[in-house]
Design a protein around this ligand. Structure first.
Ligand SMILES: [Fe+2]
Length: 201
């Protein structure tokens, strides 16, 4: 298995601070790079959670909220076409487009064990905590049939987390490790994600 360790700790150029792309531009990139609709949905859900967290919990202004949203929207953009080089390809693309280094660092640190980059900022820590859990909660919603997120409770998600055979590929230890880095309980984060991704399709 090839290593996806990025072997670097500096991303982007500080002079590009504040340089973001429009949501339209980000969605165009996504449509071009990610033909898989389910994977695109995952990124849109992570983006919605990130944006909502920035606004509701961090009091972010419009520009900052867009930064969080873009990191969520683009964090797996190269996964489908470049699985062995996942993260490196999208990082280099964003560096080429002179995007804000904080967005690039956030994407680079969304899997510290895999990419070898530690989450530093709150935005970094939140994408790491939200990413796997968002996918897990969506899987839990999908098996509920047509009701999906309707009436979904935190305790049922917790129960599924304790059932190793359910969504077995999702690393429970990684989720716990990511949540341990933020001042939020697992219960609170699950509720937040249910509330903010339920209408994102
Ligand atoms: Fe992801």
């Amino acid at each position: 298995m090839s290593s996806r360790n990025l072997n670097r700790s500096v991303f982007g150029d500080p002079k590009n601070s504040g340089n973001l792309m429009s949501l339209e531009e980000a969605n165009n990139l996504l449509n071009e790079w990610v033909p898989n609709e389910k994977l695109r949905l995952h990124m849109k859900q992570v983006a919605a959670n990130m944006k909502a967290w920035a606004i509701e919990k961090e009091g972010a202004d419009e520009q900052t909220a867009l930064k969080w949203e873009l990191a969520g929207l683009l964090h797996d953009a190269d996964w489908e076409k470049y699985p062995d080089d996942h993260c490196r390809v999208i990082i280099e693309e964003l560096e080429k487009r002179n995007i804000d280094p904080e967005v690039i660092h956030c994407i680079a640190s969304h899997g510290p064990k895999v990419f070898g980059v530690e989450p530093e900022t709150k935005m970094d820590k939140m994408i790491y905590a939200i990413d796997e859990l968002s996918g897990f909660i969506h899987a839990a919603a999908l098996i509920r049939g047509p009701q999906l997120y309707e009436g979904m409770e935190v305790k049922s998600v917790l129960k599924k987390l304790k059932t190793p055979s359910f969504a077995a590929q999702v690393g429970r230890d990684d989720i716990a490790e990511a949540v341990s880095r933020i001042e939020v309980t697992l219960d609170e984060l699950i509720q937040f994600i249910i509330d903010h991704q339920r209408n994102v399709w």
